[in-house]
Design a protein around this ligand. Sequence first.
Ligand code: GLU
Length: 318
Amino acid sequence: MPAHAFSSLPPRHSGSLYRGRFAPSPTGPLHFGSLLAALASYCDARQVHGQWFVRIEDVDSDREVPGAAEDIFQTLRRYGFHWDAETPRQSTRGTQYQHALNTLIDKGLVYPCSCSRQHLQHAPLGASGERVYPGSCRPASGTAIPFKNHETFAWRLRVPETPRFFTDRVQGEQTQHLLSECGDFILKRRDGFYAYHLAVVVDDIDQGITDIVRGADLLALTPRHLWLYECLGHPPPRYLHIPIAATPEGQKLSKQTRAPALPENPLPALSAAWRFLAQPQPSQSFSSLGAFWDWAIAHWNQNAIPRVISLPAPFDIT
Ligand code: GLU
């Protein structure tokens, strides 16, 4: 275990080789879109007797809604989820993120950047609509960085020259050329906040996560995460990206698109999420939440999940 490893989770080899997680951001109550990720990651883990953790991703504390994290746990409990541990919130893990950043600085992979937003406004756009960092502050490789923490700089990770490939368990073969898609990306912002990319990878490494099941809106970001795993010298997890639920206008269901909180009664919403993921249909309805979960865990079938990035959310849920 690395020195900065998280110690209070059940040990990695306590009879389970699968460790999954659900990682909601506390920006509001859980909605149908979040339920899909929770349901899929839970069934995928439990079917193979794996462990499943819940991690509150509050690295960007500006976006946190007070009380949202407690509300998320309450809803998960009401919906019948059982987690092996609640992992530490990202807001408590700055030391670990800085430690990883320092490791990357020592390897010559991260450098300070003083570019302003204005400076980048004419940078070319990548395929996903982001500005591609043109490398203005990138030092020649091998240049030593004389400091590791400085308030006037953001910190960027050098991306590789060659395209990266990976196979998603549902979405299949993926390839991305990070240099032309996003360029060297930020791991720590100038205001001192660590980027989601760094936090999620460091957490998943420290918590021994072997399998990541999440929404396909994050598929295009996964090559960045894989590059971070490589730079940190750690084997990557397996990935499974499920379709996200879209509003009638084609936007992702989210707090911004005013997705309603999950209903009080869990069974209809769980059944709708199950159908959305095109899972095998039961021959009769469930008399209890426990009966639903037993059946769902036994019948979960990753091969049935539609291989698309998004699908319309069921009309009665939005
Ligand atoms: N916190 C992210 C979200 O709520 C999920 C990140 C992940 O699963 O890797 O969208």
